[in-house]
Design a protein around this ligand. Structure first.
Ligand SMILES: C[S@@+](CC[C@H](N)C(=O)[O-])C[C@H]1O[C@@H](n2cnc3c(N)ncnc32)[C@H](O)[C@@H]1O
Length: 250
């Protein structure tokens, strides 16, 4: 399937399931099993900063950055329903934001050399064109601006779990396009390798400040749990189920 067909299909599906994901993965949470921003403090100071949220979903991360003092809030999301939910949620909280319904693979009118922070909480890996999406983030940022994003450990899509036994059932190396179904809605996801993220960031003109491959320490001390197979605590004690990259525009 061609990239634009994938975007069309993914948009229909995200529109359909948007309400189920209301506020589900948002700052200070970076993603399932990851340490939170309260512990990591990757943003340092947000006072008077201009921020752009890629894949802003229902707008909960934008509210978080506003509460920490961000001055200008911008966001984009592929899904019209997510943008509608974000507009409503932010206006109920008396927050102004410039929101765009757009794939991250395009610039819908976002200023360049403008932002102190561009971030993406569990959304960036949905890109169908990693190079284009990273190049755009680089353009949006001011010099020395910061890009922070969290995503699934790409190895996770290659592992099958049966209780506490794990098998590598798919190739990590071929960056396969994976069929995902969420709430009976078909979606397709290209499983970019960690090295592809890092190499594309470097070629775009970023310096990697941090790569975080950790499991939250509370989870490490909790009882094993085999019930939720994909993000089980047992698995999260063996590998990081997610990662975060913090990169600086040179
Ligand atoms: C797990 S949700 C992220 C939630 C969000 N970070 C929050 O704070 O609520 C993933 C989001 O990525 C969006 N998305 C998927 N593919 C996208 C694309 N190609 N461009 C922009 N957004 C996309 C989806 O519509 C969805 O809102």
């Amino acid at each position: 399937m061609k990239e634009n067909k994938i975007l069309v299909q993914n948009k229909v599906s995200w529109d359909f399931i948007a309400d189920e994901w209301f506020g589900s993965t948002s700052l200070p949470t970076y993603g399932p099993t990851l340490p939170k921003e309260d512990t990591l403090n990757l943003f340092n100071l947000l006072d008077n900063k201009k921020v752009l949220d890629i894949g802003c979903g229902s707008g909960h991360s934008l509210l978080y950055t506003a509460k920490r003092g961000a001055k200008e809030l911008w966001g984009l999301d592929l899904s019209s329903k997510q943008i509608e939910n974000a507009r409503k949620f932010l206006s109920e909280n008396n927050i102004n934001a410039n929101l765009f319904e757009s794939p991250m693979e395009e610039n819908p009118g976002i200023p360049e050399n403008y932002f102190d922070f561009v971030y993406s909480i569990y959304a960036f890996g949905w890109t169908t064109d990693l190079k284009q999406s990273i190049d755009l983030v680089h353009k949006y940022l001011k010099k020395s601006g910061v890009f922070i994003f969290s995503w699934d450990n790409p190895l996770m899509q290659c592992i099958e779990a049966e209780g506490n036994k794990y098998t590598i059932s798919k190739s990590y190396l071929d960056e396969a396009t994976i069929d995902l179904t969420k709430g009976n809605q078909a979606m397709k996801l290209k499983n970019w390798k960690l090295s592809s993220y890092i190499n594309e960031l470097a070629s775009a003109g970023f310096k990697i400040d941090k790569l975080i491959e950790e499991t939250d320490k509370d989870i490490l001390t909790q009882e094993h749990d085999f019930t939720l197979k994909y993000y089980s605590k047992h698995k999260a004690k063996l590998i990081n189920t997610s990662f975060i990259i913090k990169a600086i525009k040179l």
